[in-house]
Design a protein around this ligand. Sequence first.
Ligand SMILES: Cc1cc2nc3c(=O)[nH]c(=O)nc-3n(C[C@H](O)[C@H](O)[C@H](O)COP(=O)(O)OP(=O)(O)OC[C@H]3O[C@@H](n4cnc5c(N)ncnc54)[C@H](O)[C@@H]3O)c2cc1C
Length: 396
Amino acid sequence: MDDLTFRTDSQRLIELLAEVHALGRRVIAPAAAAVDAQARFPDEAFAALREARLLSAYVPTEYGGMGLDIVELARICEVLGGYCGSTAMVFAMHQIQVGCIVHHALASPYFQAFARRISDEQLLLASATTELGIGGDVRTSTCAVEVEGGRFKLDKRAPVISYGVEADAILVTCRRAPDAGPNDQSQVLVLRGDRSLEPLSDWDTLGFRGTRSLGFSLSSSGDAAQILPRPYADIHSQTMHPFSHVVWAALWTGLAADAVSHARAVVRRQARKTPGIPPPAALRLAEVDTVLFSMRNNWLATATDYRARLEHAGCGSFPSDFGFAIRVSNLKVTASQLIVDIVGKAMLICGIEGYRNDSPHSLGRHLRDAHGAALMVNNDRILGQTSTMQIVAREG
Ligand SMILES: Cc1cc2nc3c(=O)[nH]c(=O)nc-3n(C[C@H](O)[C@H](O)[C@H](O)COP(=O)(O)OP(=O)(O)OC[C@H]3O[C@@H](n4cnc5c(N)ncnc54)[C@H](O)[C@@H]3O)c2cc1C
């Protein structure tokens, strides 16, 4: 994978990215084919990421984390995406949940202590937003949290919870109370020891197979302090929505960049055979690199805007305007389309070497992972929401 550093990068980030590249080459990439073939969790990758203390990369330093900002974190996701799409996706999904806690729950003594636990124990957090009967409409819940005597009880039938079995905790969306409306939602932290997971469905998919996103019937209970203190409506608009689409777009860019690297290797080999005469595929390589350039700049621009909003707000609470929400949705839709375009173009350049499963330049896994991007919150659902905002948003 290419070295994607900028002259403006801090020394700390340069060293961290070099460390992640080293892990990628030594541990993550060698296991990627087996993770994909067996649809198994990337255990060795997460052992290494935990050892490097990267699961608390976004936890503020006062709680024992690295205190990275969203742009720095997304840069790590991008690098990981170049080595194993599933590893990068699990890492990104974990960080989104960490972001929800860091932005919206650190006023609570319970979550201050939990943030320290994420750092000390390198806890892995998963998410259960999707619900049976509702599909991907994350701003609607059927299940409700019930609180009595300082304890909560929450059951949810979730058709997809990535790495639900492997996670130390799951953040679950639900209605705020049994008498609350479907959009009046809370987010609840469910700890491993306080939940049971009854499998509902397996995870035998085209791509992102190592995320092990089985369906479960989840039953849980715990301390009422584990309910995030802010309404999910705020958490969603200020964190879940922008954070997810930034880190996903970044890792998809890394995956696309790796496909282009394979294409470049093939073209370079062709060029060595005909010194002085560029092979015809070199033109295609130049073309696909322009698309990759756009894809990367899209997520960087959105992440930089998001970071500025977070910094301006102090900790999380900024009014999310329609313009920002539309740009975030546009990022997701374009990135999920460009990844398929780029991998397809790289395939054309690699030819049969990219098409074969047994070739060092095989792009089969890249192509299968790429098609998952449009479905992770379905693009049509996103465009449906954006179309409404387009009508009411101000010009400019
Ligand atoms: C790799 C991967 C990992 C995932 N991990 C998790 C996880 O950890 N936790 C979790 O909760 N979920 C997870 N998901 C689920 C995901 O985020 C979506 O919620 C889920 O894939 C939605 O499934 P769906 O496409 O059947 O549903 P829908 O989004 O309901 O879409 C079904 C169909 O209906 C159409 N449709 C529905 N509503 C509308 C609308 N309003 N406007 C336009 N079209 C509409 C869509 O176009 C589509 O054709 C994961 C998904 C993937 C691919």
